[in-house]
Design a protein around this ligand. Structure first.
Ligand SMILES: Nc1ncnc2c1ncn2[C@@H]1O[C@H](COP(=O)(O)OP(=O)(O)OP(=O)(O)O)[C@@H](O)[C@H]1O
Ligand SMILES: [Mg+2]
Length: 500
């Protein structure tokens, strides 16, 4: 079995005067899993969008199973058995999870008979059940958390990818981000199982995952494929070098400043409860301290983050800042109390896509009503450099940036303004490349050194260990452990190692 399932041939794509893809050629064989890696802004998502019919190439062509194709819309690609999981989940509101998964499939599916349709249905169902059994196929998509919507998007790609009698092609853009370790494991196992029946392009910044499930890895930089390696013949270190054009330590060793002592309790929660979500949460974060909050699916940490940001009010319990009880009416009220929140779902809540990078960075700066363009530009220049935000200019609209670079803007927005008393970050390292992760961790630590009380929510403990002074673990909406990072890492590593 050595046929080419899908081929990108000399693809070029330009946005304005920025040539985002500069002649990309890539073959994916039948039954092959190809990893696509590259720093934020390298062009990975753009390449997948062209292959999936979401955007059209300016030059070059796409060949599917030997025949050149020209997609007019995403549906054309889906009808040809190409399943696409975009980096940011987009769900059609007002319909159920099952309908979202099967969207637009009826006609095409029926052509191949009821049996096939049932098989597809089963596949989508299975995918969903395995990845997250808590998602009911009959649930309305609006009621889902961001993490759940990502999982539905994966199931949807699987379903679309099985529309034809031919083996499907699955284009997965960071499918493992926003999943907890169990979810990641289920997804990776799913890919391993699918490899016999499908061709897969797997985009991820988690190089260990890429090395594990891919046969071959293609490295992109500045809109080109710059290198290619058999997964068995390379390492994370080498891939990192190829991506960045230099060698960096891949391990997250950030040299935390141990001599730094946190100050007085800033954020305090007492018996805070919102059901469903979390219950009886007691938590204290001191100023200057970085506290981590983690837990598996349905742990309640993301819900707690939303309450702290003023989005969802608690049912009982209380919250105080610097010793004073606060009752948050809405997100604006939280901001007025000095609480900065960076949501996991940055595309819909974290940044304003229609505004420029500079305008977004000025949003949290509440020093006055008058807009000082010069100051705005200076602040933007500083943060673009500090976090290496890849953007043509400070006046570029945020919606035009790559996913990882939007993530950086969402964070920089708060760091650029007056020091927040409390900084709540939901999954801040998601979608970032290795270099950017380091930049962002440095910025988070700097915010703490500056006196903010920082709460970082993440699904993977390993990430928190590198950033936090202390980690609390939540399960079923309750805090189960609260200890120093090193003790928590030791305690939690044990069962993981045993399972391996
Ligand atoms: N609609 C658009 N308009 C203008 N520029 C765009 C658009 N989409 C992408 N770009 C630009 O194309 C470049 C590549 O973006 P792309 O999203 O493909 O990167 P990526 O490799 O997926 O990065 P990340 O790892 O951050 O997701 C970026 O510099 C981005 O600003
Ligand atoms: Mg991308």
């Amino acid at each position: 079995m050595n046929a080419v399932a899908i081929r990108a041939e000399g693809l070029r794509k330009r946005y304005g005067d920025h040539e985002v893809l500069q002649g990309v050629t890539l073959d994916v064989q039948a039954g092959e899993v190809v990893g696509l890696v590259g720093e934020n802004g390298a062009g990975k998502s753009t390449l997948l969008e062209l292959l999936a019919g979401v955007a059209r190439p300016d030059e070059g062509r796409i060949v599917v199973r030997g025949a050149p194709v020209r997609w007019r819309r995403p549906r054309d690609a889906a009808d040809a058995g190409i399943g696409f999981m975009p980096q940011e989940p987009s769900m059609v509101p007002g319909i159920t999870v099952a309908e979202n998964i099967l969207l637009g499939r009826e006609g095409a599916g029926m052509r191949f008979g009821l049996v096939r349709w049932r098989a597809m249905n089963r596949l989508a169902d299975e995918a969903l059940r395995e990845i997250d059994p808590t998602i009911a196929p009959g649930a309305q998509t609006q009621s889902l958390s961001f993490q759940q919507r990502r999982r539905v998007a994966f199931a949807r790609a699987l379903a679309a990818g099985t529309r034809t009698p031919e083996a499907p092609v699955l284009l997965l853009d960071e499918p493992t981000s926003a999943l907890d370790p169990d979810g990641v494991e289920a997804l990776l196992r799913g890919i391993e199982r699918l490899r016999a029946r499908a061709s897969i392009v797997f985009v991820s910044h988690r190089l260990e995952d890429v090395l594990r499930v891919c046969d071959r890895i293609v490295v992109m930089a500045d809109g080109r494929c710059v290198a290619e390696r058999a997964a068995a013949a390379t390492t994370a270190q080498e891939l990192q070098h190829l991506m960045a054009g230099r060698t960096l330590a891949v391990e997250m060793a950030y040299g935390r400043d141990r001599s730094h002592a946190p100050g007085r309790t800033c954020l305090e929660l007492k018996q805070l409860t919102r059901i469903p979500g979390y219950a009886d949460v007691d938590l204290a974060v001191r100023s200057g301290e970085v506290m981590g909050l983690t837990g598996a699916t349905a742990s309640g940490c993301h819900e707690l983050g939303r309450t702290l940001s003023g989005i969802d009010a608690p049912q009982r319990g209380r919250m105080s800042i610097d010793g004073r009880i606060v009752v948050l009416r809405d997100p604006a009220h939280a901001v007025a109390h000095g609480i900065a929140y960076v949501p996991a779902d940055r595309a819909s809540e974290g940044v304003v896509g229609a505004l420029s990078v500079a305008e977004n960075l000025a949003l949290a700066d509440r020093t006055g009503w008058r807009i000082d363009r010069r100051r705005e530009r200076a602040v933007a220049a500083r943060w673009i450099e500090r976090l290496r935000i890849a953007t043509p200019s400070a006046s570029t609209r945020v919606s035009e940036l790559s996913g990882g670079n939007q993530q950086k803007v969402a964070l920089a927005k708060w760091l650029a303004g007056p020091r927040p008393r409390v900084l709540v970050l939901d999954d801040p390292l998601r979608a970032l490349d290795v270099r950017a992760r380091r930049d962002v961790v440095d910025a988070i630590r700097a915010a703490a050194l500056n006196g903010s009380a920082v709460l970082v929510i993440a699904d993977a403990l390993e990430e928190l260990a590198a950033i936090c002074d202390r980690v609390a673990v939540m399960r079923d909406g309750r805090i189960r452990e609260d200890r120093s990072t090193s003790a928590a890492t030791r305690a939690l590593r044990v069962p993981v190692e045993r399972a391996a």
